[in-house]
Design a protein around this ligand. Structure first.
Ligand code: AMP
Ligand code: MG
Length: 318
Protein backbone atom coordinates (compact mmCIF):
# COMPACT_ATOMS: atom_id res chain seq x y z
CA UNK A 1 0.00 0.00 0.00
CA UNK A 2 2.81 2.41 0.82
CA UNK A 3 4.47 1.83 -2.54
CA UNK A 4 1.15 2.54 -4.16
CA UNK A 5 0.91 5.81 -2.23
CA UNK A 6 4.19 6.96 -3.71
CA UNK A 7 2.85 6.85 -7.30
CA UNK A 8 1.42 10.26 -7.27
CA UNK A 9 -0.44 11.63 -10.23
CA UNK A 10 -3.77 13.29 -9.73
CA UNK A 11 -6.00 10.56 -11.20
CA UNK A 12 -4.26 7.89 -9.13
CA UNK A 13 -4.57 10.18 -6.15
CA UNK A 14 -8.32 10.58 -6.55
CA UNK A 15 -8.81 6.83 -6.88
CA UNK A 16 -6.61 6.20 -3.89
CA UNK A 17 -8.59 8.65 -1.80
CA UNK A 18 -11.87 6.93 -2.68
CA UNK A 19 -10.36 3.52 -1.97
CA UNK A 20 -8.94 4.69 1.32
CA UNK A 21 -12.33 5.83 2.55
CA UNK A 22 -13.93 2.49 1.81
CA UNK A 23 -11.26 0.52 3.67
CA UNK A 24 -13.09 -0.99 6.69
CA UNK A 25 -10.02 -0.49 8.88
CA UNK A 26 -10.15 3.24 8.15
CA UNK A 27 -13.87 3.41 8.85
CA UNK A 28 -13.45 1.55 12.14
CA UNK A 29 -10.53 3.66 13.30
CA UNK A 30 -12.36 6.90 12.51
CA UNK A 31 -15.19 5.76 14.80
CA UNK A 32 -12.72 4.85 17.52
CA UNK A 33 -10.97 8.19 17.08
CA UNK A 34 -14.22 10.07 17.50
CA UNK A 35 -14.65 8.38 20.91
CA UNK A 36 -11.06 9.20 21.90
CA UNK A 37 -11.48 12.86 20.95
CA UNK A 38 -14.74 13.17 22.85
CA UNK A 39 -13.40 11.43 25.93
CA UNK A 40 -10.19 13.48 26.13
CA UNK A 41 -12.14 16.67 25.68
CA UNK A 42 -14.64 15.77 28.40
CA UNK A 43 -11.90 14.62 30.78
CA UNK A 44 -10.17 17.97 30.45
CA UNK A 45 -13.31 20.10 30.70
CA UNK A 46 -14.32 18.18 33.84
CA UNK A 47 -10.97 19.14 35.37
CA UNK A 48 -11.47 22.83 34.67
CA UNK A 49 -9.54 23.16 31.39
CA UNK A 50 -10.84 25.69 28.88
CA UNK A 51 -10.80 24.80 25.18
CA UNK A 52 -9.37 27.65 23.09
CA UNK A 53 -9.21 28.14 19.31
CA UNK A 54 -6.30 26.77 17.33
CA UNK A 55 -3.79 29.13 15.75
CA UNK A 56 -2.84 28.05 12.25
CA UNK A 57 -0.67 30.96 11.06
CA UNK A 58 1.71 32.99 13.17
CA UNK A 59 4.98 34.93 13.08
CA UNK A 60 6.11 32.42 15.74
CA UNK A 61 5.95 28.65 15.87
CA UNK A 62 7.77 25.71 17.44
CA UNK A 63 11.43 25.46 16.28
CA UNK A 64 11.27 21.65 16.85
CA UNK A 65 14.37 19.60 17.48
CA UNK A 66 14.40 17.67 14.22
CA UNK A 67 14.60 18.90 10.62
CA UNK A 68 11.39 19.54 8.69
CA UNK A 69 10.71 21.69 5.62
CA UNK A 70 9.54 25.05 6.86
CA UNK A 71 6.48 26.46 5.09
CA UNK A 72 5.22 30.01 5.50
CA UNK A 73 2.94 32.40 3.69
CA UNK A 74 3.56 36.09 3.20
CA UNK A 75 0.79 38.33 4.47
CA UNK A 76 0.76 42.08 4.88
CA UNK A 77 4.47 42.14 4.18
CA UNK A 78 5.32 39.69 6.98
CA UNK A 79 6.13 35.97 7.11
CA UNK A 80 3.54 33.83 8.83
CA UNK A 81 4.58 30.24 9.60
CA UNK A 82 2.19 27.31 9.44
CA UNK A 83 1.80 26.03 12.98
CA UNK A 84 4.12 23.19 13.99
CA UNK A 85 2.82 23.36 17.55
CA UNK A 86 1.22 25.99 19.74
CA UNK A 87 3.86 25.74 22.44
CA UNK A 88 4.40 29.51 22.74
CA UNK A 89 0.75 30.40 22.32
CA UNK A 90 -0.09 27.96 25.10
CA UNK A 91 2.53 29.36 27.42
CA UNK A 92 1.25 32.90 26.80
CA UNK A 93 -2.50 32.17 26.98
CA UNK A 94 -2.21 30.11 30.13
CA UNK A 95 -0.89 33.15 32.02
CA UNK A 96 -4.41 34.64 31.89
CA UNK A 97 -6.54 31.52 31.57
CA UNK A 98 -4.95 29.07 34.03
CA UNK A 99 -5.70 25.73 32.35
CA UNK A 100 -6.21 25.41 28.61
CA UNK A 101 -6.32 22.90 25.79
CA UNK A 102 -6.52 23.05 22.01
CA UNK A 103 -7.49 20.47 19.40
CA UNK A 104 -4.56 21.75 17.43
CA UNK A 105 -3.97 21.00 13.75
CA UNK A 106 -0.23 20.96 13.10
CA UNK A 107 1.63 21.11 9.80
CA UNK A 108 5.08 19.56 9.93
CA UNK A 109 6.53 18.86 6.52
CA UNK A 110 8.48 15.81 7.68
CA UNK A 111 11.22 14.53 5.38
CA UNK A 112 10.41 11.78 2.89
CA UNK A 113 12.34 9.12 4.86
CA UNK A 114 9.53 9.25 7.44
CA UNK A 115 7.06 7.84 4.89
CA UNK A 116 7.43 4.29 6.15
CA UNK A 117 7.90 4.99 9.88
CA UNK A 118 4.23 4.13 10.31
CA UNK A 119 3.73 7.10 12.65
CA UNK A 120 4.32 10.30 10.68
CA UNK A 121 1.81 12.47 8.87
CA UNK A 122 2.62 15.96 7.71
CA UNK A 123 -0.77 17.18 8.85
CA UNK A 124 -1.98 15.83 12.17
CA UNK A 125 -3.85 16.90 15.29
CA UNK A 126 -2.61 17.01 18.82
CA UNK A 127 -4.54 17.73 21.94
CA UNK A 128 -2.19 20.33 23.28
CA UNK A 129 -2.68 21.42 26.88
CA UNK A 130 -1.03 23.63 29.47
CA UNK A 131 -1.63 24.50 33.13
CA UNK A 132 -0.18 27.26 35.25
CA UNK A 133 2.00 26.50 38.28
CA UNK A 134 1.75 22.77 37.74
CA UNK A 135 4.63 20.32 38.07
CA UNK A 136 5.74 17.62 35.65
CA UNK A 137 4.62 14.99 38.15
CA UNK A 138 1.10 16.46 38.20
CA UNK A 139 1.08 16.46 34.38
CA UNK A 140 2.13 12.80 34.32
CA UNK A 141 -0.71 11.97 36.67
CA UNK A 142 -3.20 13.92 34.52
CA UNK A 143 -2.02 12.20 31.33
CA UNK A 144 -2.42 8.73 32.87
CA UNK A 145 -5.92 9.58 34.06
CA UNK A 146 -7.22 10.99 30.79
CA UNK A 147 -5.64 8.21 28.70
CA UNK A 148 -7.20 5.55 30.92
CA UNK A 149 -10.58 7.28 30.78
CA UNK A 150 -10.39 7.31 26.97
CA UNK A 151 -9.46 3.61 26.87
CA UNK A 152 -12.36 2.78 29.15
CA UNK A 153 -14.72 4.76 26.93
CA UNK A 154 -13.51 3.08 23.73
CA UNK A 155 -13.97 -0.33 25.34
CA UNK A 156 -17.55 0.60 26.27
CA UNK A 157 -18.56 2.34 23.02
CA UNK A 158 -16.61 0.69 20.21
CA UNK A 159 -16.93 -3.05 20.83
CA UNK A 160 -17.95 -3.72 17.20
CA UNK A 161 -14.92 -1.89 15.80
CA UNK A 162 -12.55 -3.52 18.30
CA UNK A 163 -13.89 -6.94 17.42
CA UNK A 164 -13.34 -6.27 13.71
CA UNK A 165 -9.82 -4.98 14.39
CA UNK A 166 -9.14 -7.91 16.75
CA UNK A 167 -8.07 -5.54 19.53
CA UNK A 168 -8.70 -5.75 23.24
CA UNK A 169 -8.69 -2.44 25.08
CA UNK A 170 -8.71 -1.70 28.78
CA UNK A 171 -7.19 0.92 31.09
CA UNK A 172 -3.58 0.32 32.19
CA UNK A 173 -2.43 -0.19 35.77
CA UNK A 174 -1.21 3.06 37.31
CA UNK A 175 1.25 4.55 37.85
CA UNK A 176 2.74 3.65 34.48
CA UNK A 177 6.38 2.50 34.56
CA UNK A 178 9.05 5.18 34.14
CA UNK A 179 12.71 5.15 33.16
CA UNK A 180 15.16 8.00 32.71
CA UNK A 181 16.36 8.80 29.19
CA UNK A 182 19.97 7.98 30.09
CA UNK A 183 19.07 4.66 31.75
CA UNK A 184 16.94 3.71 28.74
CA UNK A 185 19.81 4.48 26.36
CA UNK A 186 22.28 2.53 28.46
CA UNK A 187 19.98 -0.48 28.67
CA UNK A 188 18.69 -0.59 25.07
CA UNK A 189 21.23 1.40 23.01
CA UNK A 190 20.55 4.28 20.63
CA UNK A 191 17.34 2.69 19.35
CA UNK A 192 15.95 2.63 22.90
CA UNK A 193 12.56 4.13 22.13
CA UNK A 194 11.67 1.45 19.64
CA UNK A 195 13.12 -1.41 21.75
CA UNK A 196 11.45 -0.21 24.94
CA UNK A 197 8.15 0.09 23.11
CA UNK A 198 8.44 -3.36 21.51
CA UNK A 199 9.15 -5.17 24.75
CA UNK A 200 6.46 -3.38 26.80
CA UNK A 201 2.87 -4.37 27.30
CA UNK A 202 1.95 -1.10 29.04
CA UNK A 203 2.84 2.53 28.33
CA UNK A 204 6.22 3.67 29.70
CA UNK A 205 7.41 7.15 30.65
CA UNK A 206 10.84 8.32 29.54
CA UNK A 207 11.79 11.17 31.88
CA UNK A 208 14.71 13.56 32.47
CA UNK A 209 15.70 14.12 28.86
CA UNK A 210 19.16 15.62 28.23
CA UNK A 211 19.23 19.24 27.16
CA UNK A 212 20.62 18.64 23.66
CA UNK A 213 17.78 16.25 22.78
CA UNK A 214 15.04 18.85 23.29
CA UNK A 215 13.96 22.35 22.32
CA UNK A 216 15.04 25.36 24.42
CA UNK A 217 11.71 25.79 26.15
CA UNK A 218 11.73 22.58 28.25
CA UNK A 219 12.82 23.50 31.77
CA UNK A 220 16.24 22.49 33.08
CA UNK A 221 16.37 21.13 36.65
CA UNK A 222 17.56 24.09 38.74
CA UNK A 223 20.03 21.74 40.53
CA UNK A 224 20.94 19.27 37.74
CA UNK A 225 22.55 21.09 34.83
CA UNK A 226 21.91 19.54 31.43
CA UNK A 227 18.85 17.50 32.47
CA UNK A 228 15.28 18.63 31.78
CA UNK A 229 12.07 18.38 33.79
CA UNK A 230 10.20 16.82 30.90
CA UNK A 231 8.84 13.51 29.67
CA UNK A 232 7.75 11.41 26.71
CA UNK A 233 5.18 8.64 26.95
CA UNK A 234 5.85 5.54 24.85
CA UNK A 235 2.99 3.34 23.69
CA UNK A 236 3.60 -0.41 24.11
CA UNK A 237 3.81 -3.12 21.40
CA UNK A 238 6.18 -1.14 19.20
CA UNK A 239 3.85 1.83 18.59
CA UNK A 240 6.40 4.25 20.09
CA UNK A 241 5.87 7.89 21.07
CA UNK A 242 2.45 8.88 22.38
CA UNK A 243 3.10 12.32 23.83
CA UNK A 244 5.78 14.81 24.84
CA UNK A 245 5.66 17.44 27.52
CA UNK A 246 7.17 18.93 30.63
CA UNK A 247 7.75 22.04 32.64
CA UNK A 248 8.70 25.20 30.73
CA UNK A 249 11.51 27.66 31.21
CA UNK A 250 9.84 30.88 32.39
CA UNK A 251 12.62 33.12 33.71
CA UNK A 252 13.79 35.61 31.10
CA UNK A 253 17.54 35.12 31.64
CA UNK A 254 17.18 31.31 31.55
CA UNK A 255 15.17 31.52 28.33
CA UNK A 256 17.82 33.70 26.67
CA UNK A 257 20.59 31.38 27.75
CA UNK A 258 18.77 28.34 26.42
CA UNK A 259 18.08 30.07 23.07
CA UNK A 260 21.79 30.91 22.75
CA UNK A 261 22.82 27.36 23.60
CA UNK A 262 20.82 26.19 20.58
CA UNK A 263 22.58 28.75 18.37
CA UNK A 264 19.21 30.38 17.83
CA UNK A 265 18.56 34.10 18.17
CA UNK A 266 16.35 36.06 20.50
CA UNK A 267 15.06 37.94 17.45
CA UNK A 268 13.55 34.71 16.12
CA UNK A 269 11.41 34.35 19.24
CA UNK A 270 10.85 37.99 20.13
CA UNK A 271 7.05 37.70 20.18
CA UNK A 272 7.58 35.37 23.12
CA UNK A 273 10.72 36.78 24.73
CA UNK A 274 9.27 40.28 24.96
CA UNK A 275 6.50 38.87 27.11
CA UNK A 276 8.88 36.77 29.17
CA UNK A 277 10.95 39.89 29.81
CA UNK A 278 7.96 41.49 31.51
CA UNK A 279 7.54 38.35 33.63
CA UNK A 280 5.57 35.12 33.19
CA UNK A 281 4.76 32.34 35.64
CA UNK A 282 5.82 28.72 35.45
CA UNK A 283 3.61 26.29 33.55
CA UNK A 284 3.65 22.70 32.36
CA UNK A 285 1.87 20.84 29.64
CA UNK A 286 1.98 18.20 26.98
CA UNK A 287 0.68 17.37 23.52
CA UNK A 288 -0.77 14.00 22.64
CA UNK A 289 -1.10 12.96 19.01
CA UNK A 290 -4.67 11.94 18.24
CA UNK A 291 -3.79 9.86 15.17
CA UNK A 292 -1.06 7.95 17.01
CA UNK A 293 -3.40 7.32 19.94
CA UNK A 294 -5.94 5.91 17.49
CA UNK A 295 -3.32 3.84 15.67
CA UNK A 296 -2.23 2.22 18.93
CA UNK A 297 -5.77 1.51 20.15
CA UNK A 298 -6.69 0.01 16.78
CA UNK A 299 -3.37 -1.84 16.34
CA UNK A 300 -2.83 -0.46 12.84
CA UNK A 301 0.23 -0.75 10.62
CA UNK A 302 0.26 2.93 9.65
CA UNK A 303 -1.11 6.12 11.17
CA UNK A 304 -2.52 7.03 7.72
CA UNK A 305 -5.28 4.51 8.40
CA UNK A 306 -6.66 6.77 11.15
CA UNK A 307 -7.36 9.78 8.95
CA UNK A 308 -9.91 10.13 6.13
CA UNK A 309 -7.50 12.34 4.14
CA UNK A 310 -4.04 11.32 5.33
CA UNK A 311 -0.99 13.35 4.41
CA UNK A 312 2.03 11.07 4.43
CA UNK A 313 5.49 12.61 4.05
CA UNK A 314 6.48 13.02 0.42
CA UNK A 315 3.06 12.25 -1.05
CA UNK A 316 0.51 14.80 -2.25
CA UNK A 317 -3.07 13.65 -1.74
CA UNK A 318 -6.55 14.95 -1.07
P1 AMP B 1 5.97 16.81 19.96
O1 AMP B 1 5.74 17.89 20.94
O2 AMP B 1 6.84 17.19 18.82
O3 AMP B 1 6.44 15.55 20.63
O4 AMP B 1 4.53 16.47 19.34
C1 AMP B 1 3.47 16.12 20.19
C2 AMP B 1 2.82 14.82 19.78
O5 AMP B 1 2.25 14.95 18.49
C3 AMP B 1 3.78 13.64 19.64
O6 AMP B 1 4.06 13.03 20.86
C4 AMP B 1 3.02 12.74 18.70
O7 AMP B 1 2.02 11.99 19.36
C5 AMP B 1 2.33 13.74 17.78
N1 AMP B 1 3.12 13.93 16.54
C6 AMP B 1 4.25 14.64 16.40
N2 AMP B 1 4.68 14.64 15.11
C7 AMP B 1 3.78 13.90 14.41
C8 AMP B 1 3.66 13.53 13.03
N3 AMP B 1 4.52 13.94 12.11
N4 AMP B 1 2.60 12.75 12.68
C9 AMP B 1 1.69 12.36 13.59
N5 AMP B 1 1.76 12.68 14.91
C10 AMP B 1 2.78 13.45 15.32
MG1 MG C 1 7.95 14.36 20.98
Amino acid sequence: MLKQMLKSNVVDGIERSMGHLSDPRVLSSIRVQSTIRQSLRESLVRRGFLEISPTMLSPLTDPLNHPVYDPYITAYGEKLWLTKSMIFHKQIAVQQLGKIFIMSPNIRLETEDKLSSGRHLFEFTQIDLEALETTREEMICLAEEIINEALERVAAVNSAELEFLKRKVKPFRRPFDAITYLDAREKFGDDFESKLSQQSESPVWIVDIPIEAREFYDREYPDRPGILRDMDLIWPEGFQEALSGGEREFQYDRILERIRRKNQTEEQFRWFTELARKGIRMSSGFGIGIERFTRFVCGLEHVMLTNPFPKVPGVVSL
